[in-house]
Design a protein around this ligand. Sequence first.
Ligand code: FRU
Length: 622
Amino acid sequence: MKIPISMKMTILRGLTLGAVLLPAASLAADSAAPGVTVNHLGVNNTLVRVEGDSRYLLMPVQEANEDARINVLVDGKLDRTIFVRLAKSKVDYQVPLDLEKYKGHKVVLNILTSQDRSSVREASNDACWQNFALADTFDTVNREKYRPAFHHTPLYGWMNDPNGMVWKDGVWHLFYQWNPFGSKWQNMTWGHSTSRDLLSWEHHPAAIEPDGLGTVFSGSSVIDRNNTAGMGENAIVSLYTSADASQIQSLAYSTDNGVTFHKYAGNPVITLDSEARDPNMFWHEPTGQWVLALAHALEHEMLIYTSPDLKNWTLRSAFGKGLGAQDGVWECPDLFELPVEGTDRKKWVLLCNLNPGGPFGGSATQYFTGDFDGATFTPDRDSEGNVPVKWMDFGKDHYATVSFSDAPDGRRTVLGWMSNWQYAAEVPTMQFRSANTLPRDLSLFTAPDGQIYLASAPSPEVDTLRGRLVRSAGKTSLSERPREYRLPQANDGICEIVAELAPKAGSAVTMTLSNVQGNKVVLTYDEKARTLSFDRRESGITDFSQDFPAVTVAPVIGSDAKLSLRIFVDRSSIEVFGNDGRLVMTNLVFPESPYTTLSVSSAGKAAMQSLAIYSLTPAASR
Ligand code: FRU
C-alpha cells in the first residue's frame, strides 16, 4: 500500500535513526517491485523486506554515490553486513544478493545511509527504493567494449589482486580480491575461477566471504599433501588477511577442490599490532617446514615465519628495511627458488609489491634475488655492495603479482592484477573492473652487469591463441616514411604482433598503433639509450585520471642492437615482451575504436628483420 508522503512525514516525525524495532504497521511503507517492501524509518535508515522465493534480490547501484551499510537480517538475526553504493539519482547497474541460502526464511535489509538529508521525504525519493527487484537470473552477458577477450576478468564487479593461486589435478585455481556488490573496491571476498589452459576461465561462486573477523584480503594457498594441518590429505589450505580494525591472518581450507571453504575455528593464526597482510606460504623441503612471507606494510619489510602445521607460526626474520624501493606500503610478497639460466646454480626470488612508489607512479612489483636458508633471506648485492632496485615489469599496469603454488614441471607461473591503484576505480568500464595480466612463466638470467634478473615470458599456453597469420614481412629497411600494416579486426582488433627490430647502433625504431580517431600508442626502441618506451598519452580515453596519460620506459638489457618483440593487444591492454621476457611492459589503453594500423619507421638507419601479425582466437571469446 502506498502512503501519501504527507502522512509518512507525520508518522516519521519523532522517530530516531536506528529505531528498527517498531512494528511494521507504524512505518512508512512503499511497495517497490512485487515482493519488495520499503519502510523508511528515518532520514538515513530504511528497511527493505523481501517476500517469496526468488533466487536474487537485485540492488540498484549508482557508482558516484556513497556506500550504504546494509545489514542482512535473516529471521531477525544478522547474517552479514555489506556495503553497496545504492542509487540516489540514477541507476548505473544492479548487483545481485543471492537469496538461495535464505530460502524459506524471512529476509530484511536494514539499510543505513550516510548522506546529508533534510527530511525523510528527500530520502524516500532516492532512485534505489523503486528499483530493488527480485529475479531468478542475473544477467552477466558482456556489455562492455573494453572487456578483454583472452584475459581473466570477473563476471561482474570489482577485482584487484590475484589470491591463493594453486594448481591441482590439472586445474589452475585463481582466487582473487572481489567485490560482488559493485565495481569499486569494497566487501573484499575471494572470488574463484578455474582454467585448464590459463586462458579460458570458468567462474565459480565466492570462495571465502567476510566474517566477524573482517573482510578477506589477499593471501595464498597450498596443497597439504601430508595433512600437516589435520584438515585432510591433499586439502587446499589457504591463509588470508582478515581485515577490520586490525589486520590478522586467518586460515581456511577446502577438501572439495576449492568449491567450499571452511574457516579454521582457531582463527586468527597470526596477530601483530601493526598493519601486516598478504601471507604467502610454501613448503621448504630442505628444512621440512612451511615458510610464510608476510608484508609488514608500513614498515617496508617482509616478515618470515615458519610452521610445522600451517596453524602455529614462529617469526624467524624480517627482510627489507632500508632496501630497494621504500615508498608507499609493501604488499603481496612471494618467495621461491629458480635455476639461473646457463648455470647449475639456483637463486631465490622475493617478490615485493609496493604502492605507491612504482617507477612511473602508483603501484608496481619490485623483486630481490638472493639466498634463503629456510629462515632468512639474504639479498644479492652489486659490486659496490648495494642491493639494486629491480622491477618486474616496466608498465604502469602490473601489480600484486604472485605465483601459483604447485605448478607442474617445476614451472613458476604468475599472474598480476592489470591495473594501478592510482586510477583502477576510474577506468571507463562499469559492469566489471580490472583484468589479470597474461600468464607468465618466470626464469632467471645473468645480465652483462653481473646481476641476476627475472625474465617473464608469456606462458606456453599463450601460443595456442594464435589464429591466422594475417600479415608478414621479411627483412625490411626502415626510413622516416612509415611502413603501414593493417591489423586484424576480428574480435575487435585483438592480435599478436611479432617483430624483430635491428636498428644500426645509435638509431631508433618507432612502432605506432593507431585508429581512425587518431588515437595512438607509440613504442620507440632507442638503441643509443638502450630503452624501449611506450607512450599512451594519446591512446584514446585518457582523461579519467591525470595519472593515466604516461610514457613508460624499460631498459633493454644487453648490448645486442637486435630486439625481438611479442606484443599482445586485447581491447584495453597492451603487453610487450622483449627478448623472451627479459623486458616486459604492461599498459592499459582505452582507444575509442580498436587500433587498425601498425606503422613502423626509423629516424636513423634501421631494419626490421621480420614481422608477423596474428589474429587471435580465444576459446571463450565473448
Ligand atoms: C594490494 C592490497 C593488499 C590487500 C588487498 C586488499 O593491492 O592492498 O595488500 O590484501 O589489496 O584488497
